[in-house]
Design a protein around this ligand. Structure first.
Ligand SMILES: C[S@@+](CC[C@H](N)C(=O)[O-])C[C@H]1O[C@@H](n2cnc3c(N)ncnc32)[C@H](O)[C@@H]1O
Length: 537
């Protein structure tokens, strides 16, 4: 589903010089631009000569912005505050819509209107009137907001109101009757932003701006989401991560699914004011309740054992990712040497068996980081490659969780969030130092961990797969084994990114899929006359 922002999204000040404020296209650095034959205006952004703060592709994008909003913000020094900027922009958008002077910048900012997917006769995204209407219906939770936040909002609302009067913004509609909204009304807007605004990210999931997308904000949260929110310029795309039945609720996730349960609950309560009862949390709660009941009658350890054995599915997941600190003393203090030892033992899974479809690998007696990596990848990757249904995939995933739960595992656990944090930063360090072998091993471990935690088509899984495949390919000393595995992981990555990022041409999300395919061709050439059977598309 495509939907639009209610006003021009607000770029983070740190990102202004990298994106056009009108179409959000990313700037090509001058060094790279010098090598291209495109005209200067297509390569480098131009800065507004008055405020010297906002950047645009060219005169066309600047004119759209100037007529639409820039002239009203150009001299405003308070525009460095995100809430202030968003509030001022929304008020101006709503008023221009009411008085009929709104100029639609979205269609001109779409990457390539001619190739943009449309459903027979349907508009690319909803009309702005609908966006504005939905905004007026969103929950703001102002009655439960804490007094400190409300006081801050009042101060911002007062400043914005005074500023709009000072610049003589024309409130011409019959609703406004020449007056900007009251401070109380503006506070309500700010409360709505708090629990409905989105951080806009690029194809690599790096956040760069904040936006109000009322239609996208209608989706509720689940800690095991079946949809994901992506962006194409200023347009928000909600994509299904799996087949969704008619009548089944479409949910995205407001928090990182890798975060432990208690932390997720806290984040959701603080920012969105609700207790999560999604299937993942619900299953876990049931587990807790059962445990409490039983502990009345039984010896504590016996009770725990029984409850653990009875846990199924997502109930097990949070037990697995919670807990132990990493490090030789379990205190979270680690050094490079210790980490290197931890990950060196990982054997890169053989490419051939990653293609295998069939019964899952036999679970090892003891889980170390090495056996964990191998077991998870061999159990789950073939199912993704073969395009198994969500039900089939979930059955295998729950089977894996069950095995991890019932098998003795090494200390510290290979799958906690603490371990994950160390692994990710160590992976990045290895990439920086071009230590491809170690990076590939840690990368495989992280992939296994991601598959345990995130829905299989989550963009994070695909993006990590691509980095891992490049690392494997760079590991020339490992020879063809590493090249083959790189090819396998690329096939997996392509499958995932097609779902998470889409395949639309002329858009940086779709371009990523083509980048993966181009890389696959390079690797195929290297594999020469004996390539692997092509991973399914
Ligand atoms: C982005 S809005 C979602 C749309 C909202 N349901 C509405 O109708 O305006 C976020 C708010 O929806 C509610 N919400 C979202 N997900 C929920 C969930 N899983 N359980 C309970 N309430 C939820 C909370 O009140 C939250 O502050």
């Amino acid at each position: 589903m495509r939907s639009r922002p209610l006003c021009n999204p607000v770029l983070f000040p740190t990102h202004r010089s990298q994106h056009c404020e009108t179409c959000f296209k990313t700037r090509i650095p001058a060094s790279a631009a010098a090598a291209t034959t495109t005209s200067k205006s297509a390569r480098e952004l131009e800065r507004c000569s008055v405020c010297k703060k906002r950047y645009y592709c060219d005169r066309t994008c600047f004119t759209v912005a100037w007529k639409g909003w820039h002239r009203w913000i150009c001299a405003d020094k308070d525009m460095e505050d995100l809430d202030y900027e968003m509030l001022k922009m929304i008020v101006m958008s709503i008023e221009r819509l009411r008085n009929g002077s709104f100029r639609d910048t979205i269609s001109s900012a779409a990457p390539d209107a001619s190739t943009t997917a449309t459903t027979a006769g349907m508009p690319l995204q909803e009309p702005l009137e609908l966006t504005a209407y939905v905004f007026s219906t969103l929950m703001g939770h102002s009655t439960v907001s804490d007094p400190g936040t409300l006081a801050k909002y009042e101060e911002i609302a007062t400043r914005v109101r005074e500023q709009l009067i000072q610049i003589k913004f024309p409130f011409k509609s019959s609703v406004s009757q020449g007056e900007p909204p009251s401070v109380q009304e503006l506070i309500q807007y700010l409360c709505r932003f708090h629990c409905n605004n989105f951080s806009i990210h690029d194809a690599q999931l790096f956040t760069m701006a904040e936006g109000t997308f009322p239609v996208g904000a209608l989706f509720n949260h689940s800690c095991r989401p079946n949809a994901i929110v992506m962006y194409e310029g200023q347009i928000q795309i909600v994509r299904a991560l799996e087949d969704i039945e008619v009548g089944q609720e479409v949910c995205s996730s407001y928090v990182d699914n890798g975060v432990q349960r208690q932390e997720r609950r806290l984040l959701l309560k603080e920012k969105y004011y609700f207790d999560c009862h999604c299937p993942r949390c619900e299953e876990e709660e049931e587990g807790e309740g059962d445990e409490k009941e039983e502990s009345k009658d039984m010896v504590e350890s016996e009770s725990k054992k029984t409850a653990d054995q009875r846990k199924t599915g997502f109930r097990i997941l949070d037990d697995l990712i919670e807990g132990d600190q990493d490090g030789p003393n379990g205190d979270g203090k680690v050094d490079g040497e210790w980490l290197t030892k931890q990950f060196e033992a990982i054997i890169l899974p053989g490419a051939k068996s990653l293609q295998m479809v069939g019964p899952p690998l036999k679970a090892p007696k003891i889980f170390t980081r090495a056996s964990f990596t191998s077991y998870i990848l061999h159990s789950l990757v073939p199912l993704i490659q073969s395009g198994a249904t969500e039900a089939e995939y979930r059955a295998r995933l729950f089977d894996v969780y069950g095995k991890l739960q019932s098998t003795e595992h090494c200390q510290p656990k290979p799958f906690t969030t603490t371990v994950m944090t160390h692994a990710t930063s160590f992976f990045n360090t290895c990439l920086e130092h071009q230590s491809w072998r170690l990076a590939s091993k840690i990368g495989c471990f992280i992939l296994a961990q991601y598959l345990m935690i995130y829905p299989r088509h989550h963009p994070l899984v695909g993006l990590h797969g691509f980095t891992l495949a490049k690392s494997l390919w760079n590991d020339v000393e490992a020879g063809m084994t590493s090249v083959r595995l790189s090819y396998e992981i690329l096939g997996l990555t392509r499958r995932i990114l097609k779902v998470s990022h889409g395949i639309q041409r002329g858009d940086e999300n779709g371009d990523l899929v083509r980048e993966v395919e181009a890389f696959m061709k390079t690797v195929e050439t290297e594999l020469g006359s004996s390539p692997l059977p092509s991973p399914s598309a």
